[in-house]
Write a protein that binds this ligand. Sequence first.
Ligand code: SF4
Ligand code: SF4
Length: 224
Amino acid sequence: MIVADRKSIHEILDMVKDCSNILVVGCKGCVTVCNVGGLKEVQILAATLKIARKKEGRPLQVDEALLERQCDPEYIAMIQDRVNDYEAVISMACGVGPQFLSEAYPNQRFYPAVNTTFFGGAVAHGIWEERCAGCGTCIIHHFDGLCPIARCSKSLMNGPCGGSDHGKCEIAKTVDCIWDKIVRKKMEQGRLNDLLQVFPAKNWQTARDGGPRRSRREELIQNG
Ligand code: SF4
Ligand code: SF4
């Protein structure tokens, strides 16, 4: 899933400093799973904004909405009757949400309430870690399911750098060296020779370096 963190209340208050009424829109997708932009977080943000502005003596009307997903026009259409009733809309989805909203409702102003960070998963309750960088050409079958693109800080494809130390990355002692894990797993499985294969420089055109990507599934595209 996509992981995100909520922006500080001060930053969000600053975005809407000239508004007297706003709509806060949550998303039931990834940001609900990582406890950032679901129903509870929409309610907390709305209440916090109202209290903060009341203290300033400039009351703010804050209404709430929650969409199944903000990355799908079918759900975005569900707020079409009310979206332009406000001076601004705050999206609590990942960065995709406010962009889809902005394109669907060009007369409205949309602000992001969260910082979108990475593709990852929960490694413990309340802790999420990065696992995929969305490179567009998955090669983790060569590395027993462990990704050196997303999990090595240098995205090395042919073994650890000289900074790997007792299983930790040189960037921080709290960061595992994924190459240490890959080598140990190969050794445990008696397949260390797999790593004799030398990988050429990766073609990054399927990653972000190739520009914005598009996925097209002909069988799902409706004619007419
Ligand atoms: S190789 Fe690419 S697609 Fe596969 S997990 Fe790593 S970053 Fe993601
Ligand atoms: S120490 Fe390991 S994870 Fe860190 S940059 Fe070097 S090879 Fe990559």
